[in-house]
Design a protein around this ligand. Structure first.
Ligand code: FES
Ligand SMILES: [Fe+2]
Length: 353
């Protein structure tokens, strides 16, 4: 099994998708987890396997006013801290070691964040996604599943040179292959700035801007925070004009490993500099944008990334990538992740000794 960074915050789901009274079974980092929201709003996440006969706890139900999970097989009950609190059988004795693991949870920026590691969680290390709760209009908070390792999805976003080919006509084309690339490193954040000057406007952005098809400067600045949280600051402006005179989107992307070869992908777009240019944007334009975004991710990116995973599986231990110059951000991120996973392994070894 693949080694994931564990002592870090992962996005479990959008807050809106976890309603009180519902039991949600998910797998993160190869571990079955069950999540539920108590009537007072607090979110719990506990290991999703009943210690009695290993039934999935997600197949149970919420009881005790939505505060306990009752296993669907023989009725043991567990609270949000993972403690077995009721055995309905015989003497009612609760065996030792009957507790299941509870995972720390924080709700922030309209997301549920989960900590899968053994070290003490630090909520201040959740990356800043306050733009999801600010004054700018936010698209549908959406998600999809990809049958590919999460790093392949992160790599896809770190190297946006693929937009000229994979998303030809929507997010780029012949004229946007060549770009000025710059890598920045700020704290534990990596930023890959990509500028394409005096190029035809990609369809997606033209709808948000002038809708006149005239040449623009096109920027895509991708901000990565470990392990899989990204913002794509992307937009267009008139050639030579400032970003402030243009418009675009902050695309937020959250990649959480489900298994070695599958990923929870949560995403939403935040409208950037939503000045109304020319004809106002109507609901038809908004629908066009939403459809294009969904198509680009769900059909184009998902298709190629899942295809890549199949080829990686085919090569097995011999699988190896051949980075190009456009992979400068990708390679930097791989190195950071390797170093962090190695450091985590060392700390775990020291703690065990
Ligand atoms: S498997 Fe859960 S109570 Fe028996
Ligand atoms: Fe893409």
């Amino acid at each position: 099994m693949m080694e994931f960074l564990r002592n870090t915050w992962y996005v479990a789901m959008w807050s809106q998708d976890l309603k009180a009274g519902e039991l949600v079974g998910r797998t993160y980092l190869n571990e079955p987890v069950v999540l539920f929201r108590e009537p007072d709003g607090r979110v719990n996440a506990i290991e999703g396997i009943c210690p009695h006969r290993l039934a999935p706890l997600a197949m149970g139900k919420l009881v005790a006013d939505g505060k306990h999970i009752r296993c669907g097989y023989h009725g043991l009950e567990f609270n949000g801290a993972g403690q077995c609190v009721l055995n309905p059988h015989a003497s009612g004795r609760i065996p030792k070691n009957s507790s299941v693991r509870a995972y720390p949870i924080v709700e922030k920026h309209s997301l549920v964040w989960i900590w899968m590691g053994d070290e003490t969680p630090d909520a201040s290390r959740i990356p800043d996604f306050s733009l999801l709760e600010g004054d700018l209009p936010v698209s549908k908070r959406d998600w999809l599943k990809m049958d590919a390792n999460y790093q392949l999805v992160v790599d896809n976003l770190l190297d946006l040179s693929h937009t000229a080919f994979l998303h030809e006509g929507i997010l780029g084309g012949e004229e946007t292959i060549k770009a000025d690339l710059k890598l920045e490193e700020i704290g534990d954040k990596i930023i890959v700035n990509r500028i394409m000057r005096n190029v035809p406007p990609p369809k997606f952005h033209d709808i948000l801007f002038m809708r006149d098809g005239k040449n623009v400067d096109y920027w895509s600045n991708i901000h990565w925070s470990p392990p899989g949280c990204l913002i794509n600051d992307t937009g267009i402006t008139r050639p030579g004009a400032s970003k402030e005179d243009g418009t675009g989107i902050f695309g937020t992307h959250f990649l959480t490993p489900e298994t070695d070869t599958s990923t929870w992908y949560h995403f939403a777009g935040v409208r950037q500099n939503p000045i109304v240019w020319g004809e106002p944007i109507d609901s038809e334009n908004m629908k066009q944008i939403a459809d294009l975004r969904r198509y680009a991710f769900e059909v184009q990116d998902k298709g190629i990334i899942e295809g890549q995973q199949r080829m990686v599986n085919h090569r097995g231990s011999k699988a190896k990538f051949m980075p190009l110059e456009t992979d400068l951000g990708t390679v930097r991120v791989w190195r950071i992740m390797e170093a962090r996973i190695a450091a985590e392994r060392t700390r775990a070894g020291q703690a065990a000794a």
